[in-house]
Design a protein around this ligand. Structure first.
Ligand SMILES: [Zn+2]
Length: 467
């Protein structure tokens, strides 16, 4: 069952090898504690990933395919949904001899998972020590899924590798501005313990008022972190505040952005205000799929743990330069495998290689995740994650979208799957009213949901921004 990766590096060396040695001297206890509290084993894979990024593309693909065959064999033998689907399509794992054959496996999406939910679990899933995860994801439609300890460990290992490119070494201090996708919903004390052990200082992206950011500045000065991990729009709002207040002593060595599209405008402002480079990341929230920026600020796809495809409507794989939907297969998630999972995010592979020498292919920028936002009377930008966070715990909400009609009126539209409890609806209204003080707040039920040009669900329509 153990992965065949990685094998010794074929070419290249890790540019930060001395710093890694430094970490081994200084932070092993901290990293052991992080692994313990998170129930992962990230450091075990981190060093493998530091090396494997320099393997040739062909070598990485060989390792990938070996791991893919293991996953497919496991899925057929242990997961009822895959056994049924493979049989229905006349697919035999032994006849899948390359990535072209692999395209014969039907794709998966959230609706297929929900329809076949009870059959998605491996009969032997317990042995993979799965953790439950829930997401509102990119459709506003919550899904409970499970991620194996090994797959979860690898996710953190490649996040650490991505940060290492900006100079961070494991255990170093990080300022984190985010929501539940960056730090899980838990009690305040657990969150504090988690942050302290990680050497993070946490600030909420849901409350970026000037008063709060003034307090953050004081804390950041004291904390002396050289790195920041944040949503793209959050760093923009914070940079804007720092600039408006003419504060010139808050700088970083690198900023890592995630979860939202990093626009050129945001990157330029953050780099200028905080006097450092910004490195963007892409991570599919429902499954595997991760991309990170290198020193050239080009977006490389992580392939060591994942088959990453760009597909069109009928799920054929598209050529570099052609835009389509990102479709991923986590090669190490055995408890509840997602094979050829359509993420709902839009991108394309780049036609040109990167000069950094990594064997991992390049994406163009991620399309279709530009976060639309509403603005309240305090001028605070409220993006879809605020609503997504609030709605994802209500199972009757199938989908939602928000329309800011004017500077004093907001309407929330819900597409429901069943009867809604009036009490919950009133509580939602009260929370929105609190954020949008002085607004007329309307809640309406609908059967229609608006889409973007690329077919993605549109969460927020701000009519005050329309020309
Ligand atoms: Zn590169």
């Amino acid at each position: 069952m153990e992965a065949a990766m990685p094998i010794s590096p074929e070419k290249g060396t890790c540019p930060n090898v001395n710093r890694i040695k430094e970490f081994r001297t200084h932070h092993p206890l901290r990293m052991s504690l992080i692994n313990l509290i998170r129930r992962t084993d990230a450091m075990r894979y981190y060093y493998d990933f530091i090396n494997s990024q320099w393997y040739s593309h062909e070598h990485i693909q060989e390792i990938q395919f070996q791991n893919l065959k293991r996953l497919l064999t496991h899925a057929y033998n242990n997961v009822p949904y895959y056994r049924r689907t493979f049989n229905a399509h006349g697919l035999q794992v032994e006849n899948i001899k390359d990535f072209i054959d692999f395209k014969k496996v039907p794709y998966l999406d959230k609706n297929i998972i929900k329809t076949n939910y009870a059959d998605m679990f491996a009969s032997n899933m317990k042995q993979f020590k799965p953790h439950p995860k829930s997401t509102g994801g990119s459709t506003g439609n919550p899904l409970l899924f499970y991620i194996d300890k090994k797959a979860h460990s690898m996710q953190w290992a490649y996040i650490y590798r991505a940060w290492n490119i900006g100079g961070w070494t494991p255990g170093e201090k990080v300022v984190v501005i985010g929501g539940t996708s960056l730090f899980s919903k838990t009690t305040a004390i657990r969150k504090w313990a988690y942050a302290t052990i990680n050497n993070w200082i946490l600030f909420s992206a849901f409350d970026m008022s000037d008063d709060n950011m003034a307090a953050w500045v004081v804390k950041i000065r004291k904390f002396k972190a050289r790195y920041m991990y944040t949503y793209a729009n959050s760093v923009y709002v914070f940079a804007d505040y720092i600039e408006r207040k003419a504060i010139n002593d808050i700088t970083f060595d690198a900023i890592f952005t995630t979860s939202e599209v990093l626009t050129d405008k945001i990157r330029k402002k953050a780099e200028q205000v905080f006097s450092c480079k910004v490195y963007d990341e892409y991570g599919g929230s429902d499954g595997a799929g991760f991309a990170f920026e290198c020193e050239m600020q080009k977006l490389h796809v992580v392939l060591e743990n994942c088959v990453f495809e760009i597909t069109n409507e009928d799920s054929s794989t598209l050529a570099p330069g052609e835009e389509g939907e990102i479709c991923t297969t986590d090669l190490f998630n055995y408890g509840m495998p997602f094979i050829r999972y359509k993420t709902g995010d839009i991108s394309s592979f780049s036609e040109s290689p990167c000069s950094c020498g990594r064997g991992l292919p390049l994406l163009t920028n991620i399309k279709g995740r530009v976060s639309d936002y509403c603005t309240n009377k305090d001028g605070e930008r409220v993006n879809y994650t605020f609503f997504d966070h609030m709605f994802k715990t209500h199972d009757w909400i199938h989908q939602f979208y928000v329309v800011q009609e004017s500077h004093s009126k907001i309407t929330i539209y819900f597409k429901t799957t069943k009867e809604y409890p009036l009490k919950e609806l009133n509580s939602i209204r009260a929370m929105i009213q609190q954020k949008f003080s002085g607004f007329e707040v309307n809640i309406k039920m609908t059967n229609e949901t608006p889409k973007t040009i690329s077919g993605k669900h549109k969460y927020v329509i701000n009519k005050t921004l329309e020309p």
